[in-house]
Write a protein that binds this ligand. Structure first.
Ligand SMILES: Cc1cc2nc3c(=O)[nH]c(=O)nc-3n(C[C@H](O)[C@H](O)[C@H](O)COP(=O)(O)O)c2cc1C
Length: 239
């Protein structure tokens, strides 16, 4: 009987010891878990802080990038400073004018129409006689355009009608009054049927230090096609 009591007592003691050990292990695990949680929280906080920093740096870079964007403006400034082309023409009855305006539109050039101080006869036959007389006398009719700025342009599209196989006299006045040395001159010419009539050589004689580019001739039979002819000519010239 006593032995039984002792055995039961020992078993109870062992159970109590095991229960105590189990409690200690559980509480240790909980402490580790808490520590891990605390560690995770700390990491999360650090991560969040780092993320915020990255965002801030990105924003900062965006701010730094702003001056880079402004380099586009600098390039634009360069573009606006580059040399441009100019269309100068004389037209009595409008044929040369429509081509001049089209060239201006296609190339983005400034366009200047030469105008004489005196008014030419409106009657065609009278005009033919008048112009023939003017040519024979070597006259240079005064033009209204006084201070044309050719300085800012490197290419001049020069347009004129053929009068009696030659450049219309108001354009000779322009060539006399302006020095186009160093410029490129691209002649475009209208006529009934004569074509260029050798006039690019006349321009070279008047402006020996200019480069005369390939000329375009439009006659009364090709006038309807002036747009496609002008497009081809411009693209050959590199415009
Ligand atoms: C005074 C005068 C002389 C002309 N001489 C010629 C000529 O020699 N050969 C020719 O083919 N056309 C001649 N023409 C026709 C013009 O060159 C042609 O109609 C030209 O396209 C007119 O251009 P505009 O309308 O711009 O003034 C002459 C026209 C005029 C008014």
């Amino acid at each position: 009987m006593n032995k039984k009591i002792i055995i039961v007592g020992i078993v109870i003691l062992i159970l109590v010891v095991l229960a105590g050990a189990a409690t200690i292990v559980i509480s240790q695990n909980k402490t580790e878990e808490n520590e891990n949680n605390a560690l995770n929280n700390t990491n999360n906080t650090e991560n969040n802080q780092m993320e915020n920093q990255v965002i801030n740096e990105t924003e900062e870079n965006a701010t730094i990038n702003v001056p880079n964007t402004s380099q586009g403006n600098i390039q634009n400034t360069n573009v606006s400073n580059s040399k441009k082309s100019l269309v100068i023409y004389y037209s009595r009855s409008g044929n040369t004018k429509q081509i001049a305006d089209y060239i201006g539109e296609k190339t983005g050039s400034d366009v200047i129409r030469l105008e004489t101080v005196k008014t030419y006869p409106s009657d065609y036959d009278e005009m033919l006689d008048y112009a023939q007389e003017e040519q024979r006398n070597g006259e240079r009719p005064e033009i209204k355009n006084k201070n044309i700025n050719t300085k800012d342009y490197d290419t001049i599209f020069l347009g004129y009608p053929i009068w009696w196989g030659d450049i219309a006299t108001p354009v000779y006045t322009f060539l006399d009054e302006y020095n186009l040395s160093g410029k490129k001159i691209a002649p475009f010419v209208t006529s009934g049927s004569s074509g260029l009539s050798g006039t690019p050589s006349d321009i070279k004689r008047e402006e020996p230090n200019a480069e005369i580019l390939d000329a375009m001739s439009i006659t009364s039979s090709t006038l309807n096609n002036y747009k496609s002819l002008t497009d081809n000519w411009l693209s050959k010239l590199g415009f």
